[in-house]
Structure formats: structure tokens, C-alpha cells
Design a protein. Sequence first.
Length: 432
Amino acid sequence: MQTNFTAEQLSDPHVAESEKILRRCVHCGFCTATCPTYVTLGNELDSPRGRIYLIKDMLENGRPADREVVTHIDRCLSCLACVTTCPSGVDYMHLVDHARIHIEKTYRRPLMDRLIRHTLAAVLPYPKRFRFALALAKIARPIAPLLRKVQPLRPVAAMLDLAPKGRIAAYDPNHVHPRPPEAKRRGRVAILSGCAQPVLDPGVNEAAIRLLTRVGVEVVVPEGEGCCGALVHHMGKEDPALDFARRNVDVWTREIDNGGLDAIIITASGCGTTIKDYGHMLRLDPAYGQKAARVSALTKDITEYLATLDLPACEPQDLTVAYHSACSMQHGQKITMVPKTLLRNAGFTVRDPAEGHLCCGSAGTYNIMQPEISEQLKVRKVRNIEATKADVIAAGNIGCITQIGTGTALPIVHTIELLDWAYGGPKPEKLA
Ligand code: SF4
Ligand code: SF4
């Protein structure tokens, strides 16, 4: 794609990077076929190619974002299916990241939109606040149908719908209990405790730690780590996202320099994609660029790391698993076969739902901010999963687990919970 940026514009490293990305696009449109919003809405401006044109026009003309650009960029899930499909290697992820930052800086959103975004950014990354918000949401759930009738309040109704219906686990800041290895020592890793996952499902990291320690890996949870920054990053809030990243880089760098780490283990693939990008996010920061790149290089999804440990094969189990590959897993981190191979090796029968490349509609806060599109994608995803006739659904991202869980009666668990069970841990509660 031909571009017409001035030398002055290109002196901004963010613009220079976006220009390089734009120039790779050859307008072929292959990406449209796998884009969930184009498949759902059928509008070229809701396809990757359409968005690329909108971003190019906005950046090239040095214009503030307008309502049209914001509408179509907001509808993008950042699922990155287009990145997987694109034959020209267009780095859409960093292009849309830049567009979102530009929107945040130059566009004044309607009041309710601003309020909701501000609230999400102030609550979700902080476990105690998030847990308190979930408790309030449980009480307020009966008014959700009323709120849904008022267009600007639909995100609030979506929030209430997503809150867990059952008991919300007490938030324990030490919910992950690191342990020394039980078998011959094979490595030392840090595990990200994170923000939303320990509130929504504290059992995920417990399962990961149990399995790792059982096979000889020492697991540590360095004090001070927290939200990876993905939630605010996807809202275009660059400064808080970089602050979260710097804090985690500091914590893990201290641990690398003191005890040494073989890996930084992530059990939510949405977080994994962002942390693997810390090196890029902080590349212009002379104090953090190198440290962040080192952290990114050490970051591994739990399944990626387990695959290096050569776990023994287990006896076949009488359980069929529909494996849902989160977009951040398959498109963001290109981890496709490993989780399924581990599950098969652990004795489970694994089935691939049709249209596995399409997002479930979770996508960070997307299911709150774009509830109509998100709901359509969820219904489609659940239909494809249920068609496999599996007994249970497995996924490696808490966002997908929450989203899909609200649309089906099938139990949905984290992949690590099944693996932990197969290798001697307790049966996941949801299968009891
Ligand atoms: S990231 Fe997903 S929703 Fe956004 S343009 Fe690409 S395929 Fe479409
Ligand atoms: S597939 Fe790649 S090159 Fe083709 S239009 Fe989409 S982004 Fe551009």
C-alpha cells in the first residue's frame, strides 16, 4: 500500500512503525474471510482491510479520530485472526494498538462511554475492587433487563450478566501458595498471579502450581506483581498500561537476578500475549527496553512450558473434551497444537469445534462494551462447541471461560485443571 507521510510525521517513532506496517498491506482482502466482525456484520469497514484504510487516512492526515473511525475500531476484537490469515505479514496488532492510543488522545467520547471505560480501568485490574464490584453486580442483576432497554446503559447490563451466579470466592492475596518441588528438581519458574483470574477462578493457578511442583518444578510468586496491563492497553490507555508493564518487569527482573528463572508462567493467554509484547511496548524506554525484552523472552504459556517437561502418557480416560483455542492463544501466541497434544497424552479424547478460528466474543472488555456483537459470536461459538458432543470444554483463558460459560450448560474448565487431575491432582470441582 502506498503511503504519503511527511518526513516530520515519520520522525515520530510510532507513526514510522505504523507506516511500515501499512506499506505491507496489498489490499488482497484474504483477511476479511476470517474476521469475526466482518463475518457477523458484512460491512467492509468492519473488516481488517477496511480498518486499515481508516487508520491510514486518520494518521496520514494527522487528523483527530472521528466518530466513524472510533465506531469501527471499537468493534474490532483485537482477536488477531487477520494476522494469522494475512499472507503479507501485516502486523495489524501494533497498528490497531497505535490507532487506539491516537483515539484515546484525540477523541472525546460521549459521557456514559467515558464513565464506563473509566470505571472498568479503575476496577478490573485490582482484585479487591473487582471482587467488591462482582458482589455489587450480584445484587443489582435483577435490574439488568431494564438497563438493556437504554442503549448507553447496555454495557452496564452486560457487566451484570457476566458476574458469576454462584458464590464468589473470598479474595486471598496469597491465593497462590508457592511450594518447593516434590520430585527431582527440574527448574524454577515464576507464575503470574494477575488480576481478574484469581477472583473469578482461583483454582486455575492452584492446579498449575500443584502439577508443576509434583513434577519437580519450583514455583515462586514474586511479591508486587499484578495486572499485566492488557485491559487498559486494549482501551488505548497507554500510560497506565506501560506502568503495569514496568512494575511487572521490575518484579521479575529482581527474581531473575536473585534466584534465576527458567520461565515466567502465564495461565491466561490474554495476559501471555501482552507480556510477550512487553519488549515491544517498552522498546523506546531506555531504562526498561532490554529488561522488558528479557522478560518477554522468558514468558511461556503454562502448556508451552509443560510441553518441555516430557510428561509421561496416561491411561485413556472416559472423557471427551472440546478444546476451545482462545484467540490470544492461537493468533496472539501461535500456540495451536500443544494444549491438545498434552490433553491427548493425558488420556482425554479431544475434539476441535468447527470455526475454531472465530472469536467467542469475550476479548477483554469487548463483551461489556459491544454486547450485541459479542452475544452473536458467543451463540455461534457455543453452537459449534455443543455440536462436538463433548462432555466438557477446555480453554486456556479466563475471559473465554467466563464468556462461553454463560452460554452453555456444559462444564468449562481450564486446560491445566484437566492436566493436573490426569497427573494425580483432584478432579476439577465443575466436573464433580
Ligand atoms: S483483530 Fe479480529 S476483529 Fe479486528 S480486524 Fe482483525 S480479525 Fe477483525
Ligand atoms: S490479508 Fe493482509 S495484505 Fe491482504 S488486505 Fe488483509 S491485511 Fe492487507
